[in-house]
Ligand binder design. Structure first.
Ligand code: ADP
Ligand code: ZN
Ligand code: ZN
Length: 739
């Protein structure tokens, strides 16, 4: 029975059920005052939940007597605009993710918990006219007050108590005294509305022709949807282009969203931005506190801040007046979320730009094949920066053939000679090895036993310093053993190479030189990475050794030699994306060489010097590699020439997933008219992980719409299967790896 004449709230409630829920509006409510996009508190299966109001209507298919009432409306004004909600609806449809989760989990944690949507007011202290002019002698007899005054004089903006506390724990007495003397003053305000001094601002550089062209093309496009792919070799001055573009957008009183793949890259860009722009800039990434993230979110949503710098999760921040999106290192797989709502921040950012009718700039030195295919289809427009900016020259790449060469802990004699030469000139060497730990395998020389994880199909990695064996997949740790559990002999030996092992060798070979190791282990402590980076830039490091981390956009001007130690394993992966990832990695790591005035050199140690991937990359560069790779993908009908969705299923035994697949099969067949390629179900490449047996089923089609229509029919029935409740399952649309 349909009931009329009562006000119904249609809500996105955070639950796995992929639909909206109807509730009765609170009594005595004025229809004109209600706007969608506010949060409400509702009763939901024995508890209370914060939900988002998506629709107000007067009809419902449910008997009103059965409907529950909304407890409370939490916001005066909508948190989400109509367009913000449109984007969330699109996400829900495209990724087939429950609508309540999409709406609620993309909110900052504190808002999800019902916290008020208002910026925190705090006391801020700043120098008065008198205080600014004060000389050192005036407070000679009050050294602590003098210290605070000096600190404030060095600071170009007001500070809150947290900052004062970080200068000196017992700050209160001195600050009170300074206030009394009227050397400083205070005000109550939020963290965003500040007025930095203009005097310290740095001016824009003079652009070269290509940079200028890029800025012009984008400036012309402001106010319209257009996707630009900025292909700029490493060090070509992409960031300068970003900054001059941002200036144009700020001149129009609009806001800019800048997305980076990795948290570790934000401080570097933040400080460059702060030197250039005198507008409020906010940061958003997962290492911030919930409060900080909420503050950034609100600052953008209310229009108080002008620039948002963040990682993929920042993408859902509502911007009051967005004018441009910039997404740097667009090829980076960190833009793909790998759990929950498995979205691609790049793809969603493009969709966002489309909905708001604004341009988006995707920057990289090594475009993803997806983006290149979009250029081919004329959906994206390319801009080029072919040369390094300033004085820096392109680095020289060479292959070092190590077949039949004597090796010392993975380093050939020829390589060590080259490293020594560079170190003698007091220049820096960067060594890349994408494996942390001491060695990836512990093997028995007597009987062939290998240390394996009990919960995963994986070898345990030796961590010598900690005297541990660790599984890099589930995190389990065991004591490092000296006797083989199978044959009891003490003939266990490490096999393969990890950063810890190379560090040891380098320390021993160059005892007078400073080696800095950068991997997730050495940079776990908060602030540690920043400290190492500062150390490197001060010149307090001679050899920089590290993993993946080094491939990202860091700028080390004094590095003249870059070494890639063990890339061969990447040449033989079964993943069809492995060559693309390897070529990007090699090019990106190489880009760390010779970014200053001195010429850079890159050495790749390999036993595959004739491998086409390597020879193409060395002789013709990434672009030619990408061209070839696209041809191969096209012939094999692989993405980006087809579209995939991966269904992952796991359980603590093998039979339950099998029962699930058996139940799913007739549904798949019912909706697949033959245009969907169904592969599997098969065991995942790592068949067991954290004790769970893992399987997958791949759907593929040459047309995105066909795949989407199929999933739209399939997913509700899949979710309703009773067998589905017994396994852990997830759907990954446009998966970037099959693990
Ligand atoms: P990318 O982001 O492309 O790797 P960056 O923007 O970091 O490159 O620029 C690399 C270096 O070149 C920086 O030190 C930058 O200040 C300098 N640079 C950029 N553009 C110019 C320019 N037009 N003239 C002189 N130097 C420039
Ligand atoms: Zn043994
Ligand atoms: Zn494990």
């Amino acid at each position: 029975m349909t009931h009329k004449n009562s006000l119904i709230f249609r809500l996105a409630v955070p639950t796995i059920l992929n639909r909206l829920f109807d509730y009765l509006a609170p009594e005595n409510i004025n229809l004109n005052e209600i706007e969608v996009g506010v949060r409400v508190l509702v009763p939901f299966s024995n508890s209370e939940k914060v939900a988002v109001l998506v629709e107000v209507c007067s009809d419902t298919d449910i008997e009103t007597a059965k409907l529950k009432s909304v407890i409370e409306i939490l916001d005066d004004k909508p948190l989400l605009s109509a367009k913000d909600m449109q984007l969330l609806h699109w996400l829900c449809h495209y990724y087939h993710h429950p609508i309540g989760y999409v709406f609620c989990n993309t909110l900052p944690v504190l808002l999800k918990k019902g916290e008020a949507a208002s910026l925190k007011q705090e006391t801020y202290y700043y120098l008065t006219e008198v205080g600014r002019e004060l000389d050192d002698l005036t407070l000679e007899r009050a050294p602590k007050q003098q210290l605070f005054l000096q600190r404030l004089q060095q600071h170009d903006e007001a500070v809150n108590t947290e900052t004062l506390k970080s200068w000196d724990k017992s700050w209160r007495a001195s600050i009170t005294a300074l206030l009394k003397k009227q050397f400083i003053a205070s005000e109550e305000r939020d963290s965003v509305s500040y007025h930095p001094l203009q005097s310290k601002m740095e001016t824009a550089l003079t652009l070269n022709t290509q940079q200028q062209q890029a800025v012009n093309k984008l400036t012309e496009a402001l106010g319209h949807f257009k996707v630009f792919l900025l292909e700029g070799v490493t060090g070509s001055g992409k960031t300068e282009v970003y900054m001059q573009l941002i200036t144009k957008v700020l001149e129009k009183n609009q806001q800019v969203m800048v997305l980076l793949p990795e948290i570790t890259l934000t401080p570097q860009l933040e400080s460059r931005f702060r030197r250039r722009f005198s507008v409020p800039i906010v940061i958003s990434h997962s290492k911030l506190t919930d409060r900080q993230r909420l503050e950034s979110w609100l600052a953008m949503q209310t229009g108080k801040a002008s620039i948002l710098l963040g990682t993929r999760s920042a993408l859902f921040t509502p911007l009051k007046n967005i004018g441009l999106i910039i997404l740097d290192e667009e090829h980076d797989s960190s833009f793909k979320q790998q759990e929950g709502l498995r979205f691609s921040a790049r793809d969603v950012a493009v969709m966002r730009a489309k909905l708001w009718d604004i341009p988006i700039l995707l920057g990289t030195a090594t475009p993803s094949l997806e983006s290149l295919a979009n250029v081919e289809k004329k959906r994206y427009h390319t801009l080029h920066l072919d040369k390094r900016a300033g004085a820096a020259k392109d680095p020289k790449l060479v292959l070092l053939d190590i077949r039949n060469k004597r090796m010392q802990q993975g380093l050939s004699a020829a390589l060590l000679t080259q490293i020594t030469e560079v170190l003698e000139k007091d220049e820096q060497v960067l060594i890349f090895l994408n494996r942390r730990g001491f060695a990836p395998t512990l093997i028995c020389h007597g009987c062939g036993w290998v240390a394996r994880c009990q919960r995963c199909d994986a070898n345990l990695v030796i961590h010598q310093q900690k005297r541990q064996l660790r599984c890099h997949h589930c995190g389990d740790r065991y004591q490092l053993i000296s006797h083989c559990p199978a044959c009891q002999q003490n003939q266990l030996s490490p096999l393969g190479l990890g950063t810890e092992r190379v560090e040891q060798l380098l320390q021993k070979t160059y005892p007078k030189k400073k080696v800095v190791r950068l991997d997730t282990e050495t940079t776990q402590k908060k602030g540690q990475l920043e400290e190492y980076l500062a150390q490197i830039n001060r010149g307090d490091a001679d050899i920089i050794l590290g993993t993946q981390m080094l491939a990202k956009g860091h700028h080390f001007p004094n590095v003249t030699l870059v070494v890639l130690l063990d890339i061969d394993s990447g040449l033989f992966s079964l993943d069809f994306r492995a060559p693309e990832k390897l070529a990007q990695l090699i090019t990106q790591v190489s880009g760390r060489a010779g970014r200053g005035e001195k010429l850079g050199k890159v050495i790749l140690q390999t036993r595959q010097p004739e491998h086409p991937l390597l020879t193409t990359l060395i002789k013709q560069g990434y672009k030619q590699f990408a061209k070839n790779a696209l041809v191969e993908r096209k012939m094999a009908l692989l993405p980006p020439y087809s579209y995939q969705a991966l269904l992952r299923v796991s359980a603590f035994d093998e039979a339950t997933p099998q029962a699930f697949f058996t139940a799913l099969k007739p549904i798949t067949e019912k909706y697949n008219q033959g245009s969907i390629l169904v592969l599997g179900a098969i065991a995942a490449p790592m068949a067991r992980r954290e004790g769970r047996y893992r399987f997958q089923l791949l759907f593929q089609s040459e047309q995105r719409m066909v795949l989407q229509n199929f999933l739209r029919q399939l997913m509700p029935e899949l979710a309703a299967l009773k067998e589905a409740a017994k396994v852990r399952w997830s759907l990954d649309v446009d998966p970037i790896d099959l693990y």
